[in-house]
Ligand binder design. Sequence first.
Ligand code: AHM
Ligand code: MG
Length: 336
Amino acid sequence: MTASSAFNTNVKQYLSSTKVKGGDIPAGLQELLLAVADTCSTLSHEVAQGALIGLLGSAGTGNVQGEVQQKLDVIANDLLIDGVQGCKSLAGLASEEMELPLPVQGTGDYLLLFDPLDGSSNIDVNVSIGTIFSVLKKQDPKAPLQTTDFLLSGRHQVAAGYVVYGPQTTMALTLGDGVVMFTLNKLTGEFVLIKHAVEISHSTKEFAINMSNMRHWAEPVRRYVDECLAGVSGERDKDFNMRWIASMVADVHRVLSRGGVFMYPWDQREPHKPGKLRLMYEANPMSFLVEQAGGVSTNGDQLIMDMVPTELHERVSVMLGSKEEVERLQHYHTQP
Ligand code: AHM
Ligand code: MG
């Protein structure tokens, strides 16, 4: 079987022909998602050029999170803004890299949120990085855009996804009716459908966490990881494997592909912060994908999708992936 005969649906065809819960995908949402996919296709090409087009290294600026921006953080942010500006149904966008939301058409049905370049610390070492995006329905499309328009729980997302720039460029997408994956055909610049109904296995023997922070973790996370490390001779009676890419987008892609648990929990280094990752740009879209693939995503006390944000750049503790393991983690957090 040739590649062309097996995989012949591109993202545009997928969006125009797919029914979500029995209905067509609204034209405005199709246009927006296609604009995001096209921009990520361009970005994938830029990422692959790296040093050849002067993309590596620091931009010499800081973002609203107090983090040093890499050149690619800034380039990816600008490309996404340019790429979606013309979408008629987009009212505004918010980015991890910008302090305030940007009005787009002034009126419109949708709000776009994104982490333009996730895994910034991996850019210069040629390890997988990505783009994460979330689409919310604006509650009052006619009213002028305000920051508070974005402060909706993850349950209000109408679409979410990521694009991982790895050995292949792959996009995962959900519209609330399962998860599909596309791979970028670098010759045509088109994303091509490769997988339907992605499912995360309920059990797993693989976990992902930055172990160097172990001494700072709270007791429930320490207990969970201690038990994994004890392997067959411990409580869990099985050996576990550990992976940590340090790009959430690549770690979550592995979880969606072969199961596993991904954790970036609260820790005592900055006790006033609920976590490192951002609720609106990272945790919510990933949680939507994970739930749609049969997994669970929690901060320990509640499902991330149920959290009502109080600020745009809110941070959160994240534990997501295979159902049985994440429920165990939840149990360790909530039991006396
Ligand atoms: P970024 O959006 O600035 O790249 O930061 C988020 C990243 C996640 O992708 C990843 O899971 C985590 O930060 C890695 O953190 P650490 O360097 O502490 O391992
Ligand atoms: Mg990020």
